[in-house]
Design a protein around this ligand. Structure first.
Ligand code: ATP
Length: 294
């Protein structure tokens, strides 16, 4: 096999709590992660010449060694002494720097793809171990589904999945939000908006999507929304159209809403599209990465 195509899915957070800070700057978190069916497509080709080439349709991501896909490829090549070159095309749909783990997901897809194409026979545990070297969210993106993520985000406990029957409306305003600055803006001694993760996990177990949606909380939201009025603007449009609940994902600025009625979700989408370009109506997914051929 010389060519492989993969789906690289985005995530949203159904909650984010921050419990403290490590000396190296990483924060201890407790958050519910959910993959959604919004994805980039990666095409990987093996080359004879020992090079790593990245191409993409996106103007917002680097194509040199700064791209996390480049880093993932180098990690695999160095770890297994692979002398072949690799060419990867990233067809980007996931909003960049949006709090949807687009980069981490691409890194996860690269590891899964190279494992297959070079027949390395690495199991999920080994892939997750390698993924953690690239970023705290990469292990989650490799497996996908619904998980409680703890420690720096890499300690994963599988929980009852969010049904794919609900409609998830995602809107990314044209803002560039620095994850580092958002975390630095948190007052750890006085956190606002903390979620009750046990309660939310119970809601998933009981398939009580209404209670889940109206109790989603993200401690990072108040930091970002104080700076950018777009967060509340998007939430207000979703609320006006009777979403069950809405929240910022990650450190933002993407906001998502959960709807039980497709018609209401479509109305909200139409209204958001008058002001914002990147609006997607999708479902949840129980998978992180899919191999599309072979
Ligand atoms: P998270 O939710 O994990 O905080 P994010 O969705 O906020 O991630 P990304 O889309 O992963 O953010 O992008 C973060 C930064 O990483 C951007 O500045 C981008 O230029 C850089 N980057 C490097 N490689 C990639 C890639 N393959 N896809 C997206 N961003 C990339």
């Amino acid at each position: 096999m010389n060519l492989i195509k993969l789906k690289s899915r985005a995530k949203i957070n159904l909650s984010i709590d921050v419990l403290g800070k490590r000396e190296d700057g990483y924060h201890f978190v407790e958050m519910i992660m959910q993959t959604i069916d919004l994805y980039d497509t990666l095409t990987i080709n093996i080359l004879d010449e020992d090079v790593i080439k990245i191409n993409t349709n996106s103007l917002d991501i680097p194509i040199d060694e700064e791209n996390i896909v480049y880093k993932a490829t180098k990690l695999i090549k160095d770890s297994f002494g692979i002398k072949n070159g690799v060419e990867i095309y990233i067809d980007k749909k996931i909003p960049v720097a949006g709090g949807m783990a687009g980069g981490s997901s691409n890194a996860a897809a690269t590891l899964v793809g190279l494992n297959k194409i070079f027949d390395l026979k690495l199991d999920d545990e080994k892939l997750k171990e390698l993924g953690l070297k690239l970023g705290a969210d990469v292990p989650f993106c490799i497996v996908g589904g619904t998980f409680l993520a703890q420690n720096i985000g890499e300690k994963l406990t599988k929980i009852e999945p969010l049904t794919d029957k609900v409609h998830i409306l995602v809107c990314k305003p044209e803002l560039f939000v620095s994850t580092k600055e958002v975390y630095e803006g948190l007052d750890l001694s006085n956190l606002e908006n903390r979620p009750d993760n046990k309660y939310l996990i119970g809601c998933l177990e009981n398939n009580d999507i209404s209670s889940l949606s109206s109790n989603m909380k993200n401690v990072l939201e108040s930091v970002t929304s104080k700076k950018y009025s777009e967060i509340d603007d998007i939430k207000n449009i979703m609320k006006k159209n009777d979403c069950l609940g809405c929240m910022m994902s990650g450190s933002g600025p993407t906001v998502f809403g959960i709807f039980d009625c497709e018609k209401l979700a479509k109305n909200a989408k139409e209204e958001l599209l008058k002001k914002y370009n990147q609006v997607f109506l999708i479902n949840s997914s129980d998978k992180g990465v899919d191999i599309l051929n072979g």
